[in-house]
Design a protein around this ligand. Structure first.
Ligand SMILES: [Zn+2]
Length: 161
């Protein structure tokens, strides 16, 4: 979800039929993804063994465009990758929202599909419908939450100059 300054140690990826099925179902049923229905775009859904972090936060998913120069080898226009070590705790519902989040990064503009970012940490629709803590570990204790909140506040302070 954070796309800057990442350090990836190992990032072996494989196609995931499960994520592809969830992604297709979301495209078929979510109104905000309707523009993707029938759009000239192929998405490959991948599972990675990597556990990247960016700016001190774990990266859970990523939506990337395949550069034209690689299209000879990769039969897709975009990849959506979930970093499995970083989402081990997630329920299937949380994984669905994560894939929904990644799909919202794809914007159809006529015949063109491009990646758009979010101004805040998440898309407004995701926050409105699922809250800001949809991707939290439900097994977390109250104390974990407090530590996490303090860490986020420190991070905000550090970034607000
Ligand atoms: Zn994102």
């Amino acid at each position: 979800m954070v796309e800057r300054g990442e350090q990836i140690v190992s990032d072996i990826r494989r196609l995931s039929e499960l994520y592809a099925a969830i992604g297709q179902e979301l495209i078929d049923t979510e109104e905000s993804l309707a523009p993707l229905r029938g759009a000239p775009v192929t998405i490959a859904y991948l599972a990675s063994e990597g556990d990247p972090k960016a700016a001190g936060k774990t990266v859970q998913g990523k939506c990337e465009k395949i550069a034209d120069k690689y299209k000879w080898g990769i039969p897709a226009d975009f990849t959506i990758t979930l970093f499995e070590p970083n989402i081990e705790y997630m329920t299937e519902d949380q994984i669905r929202i994560l894939i929904f989040h990644e799909l919202l990064h794809l914007q159809v503009d006529g015949d063109d599909v491009r990646i758009v970012g979010h101004d805040l940490e998440d898309f407004k629709e995701i926050i409105d419908r699922f809250g800001t803590e949809w991707n939290y570990d439900r097994q977390m204790t109250l104390q974990d939450y407090e530590v996490e909140h303090e860490r986020k506040e420190d991070e905000l302070e550090a970034n607000s100059d």
